[in-house]
Design a protein around this ligand. Structure first.
Ligand code: GAR
Length: 211
């Protein structure tokens, strides 16, 4: 464990239930601290959750920038200003430009509501139901320059029930996300994750998960 908690920036676009899981776990874990929450949209619930926890917030709106690179640079600048050593994309629905990976190398983590490489993109839960899979799940991975592609930190399967709709399945997927994401961020903050090509080695795997 590091002597002091590692500051991270959490990027959101909406409800922020994963942000809440990170906030709720940080005091017990004592290895990361959410230094700032950055949203690409104003008036989202996640910003209220951050404010309620006394965490600084910043809105960086896509429409205010002329390119993906300038948008990404602004996000990284905010994270830097708050001393963040890593970015966590917790329901952040924008694609970062490669400059983010240069400024935070092997230090950007994303949570995705499917078992990658199946169902990448913004409609993973809907796509899984439409396809008819009986098993989907959660992937927490490092971000690289391709969408939903970087080295996998941890995955866990979630069964699709015959009567599942998008809401019921996503709820069960999020229950798993809320456990896996703080575990992965803690491991990252403690320096317990080693990336070798596409493989991520844990010093110690969390229980119940396969990765
Ligand atoms: C989460 O389920 C996350 O996996 C998904 O958005 C949701 C955000 O929920 N992300 C993606 O689909 C990214 N491609 P939250 O705002 O309540 O954490």
């Amino acid at each position: 464990m590091t002597d002091s908690p590692l500051p991270i920036a959490v990027l959101i676009s909406g409800s922020g239930s994963n942000l809440q899981a990170l906030i709720d776990a940080q005091d017990a874990a004592q290895d990361y601290v959410v230094a700032v929450v950055i949203s690409d949209r104003p008036d989202v619930r996640g910003l209220d959750r951050a404010a309620d926890a006394g965490i600084s917030t910043k809105v960086v709106e896509w429409a205010d920038f002329e390119s993906r690179s300038s948008f990404t640079r602004a996000l990284c600048d905010v994270a830097d200003c708050h001393g963040a050593k890593g970015l966590v994309l917790a329901g952040f629905m924008r694609i970062l430009a490669p400059i983010a990976m240069k400024r935070f190398p092997a230090a950007i983590i994303n949570v995705h509501p499917a078992l990658l490489p199946a169902f990448p993109g913004a409609h993973a839960v809907e796509n899984a139901i439409e396809y008819g899979v009986t098993l989907t799940g959660v992937t927490v991975h490092f971000v690289d320059e391709q969408v939903d592609h970087g080295p996998i930190i941890v995955q866990e399967a979630v069964r699709v029930a015959a009567d599942d709709d998008q809401t019921s399945l996503h709820r069960r997927i999020q229950d798993v996300e809320h456990r896996l994401l703080p575990d992965a961020v803690s491991a990252f903050a403690r320096g317990n994750l080693t990336v070798q090509g596409r493989h991520v080695r844990w010093d110690r795997m969390p229980e119940e998960a396969v990765g």
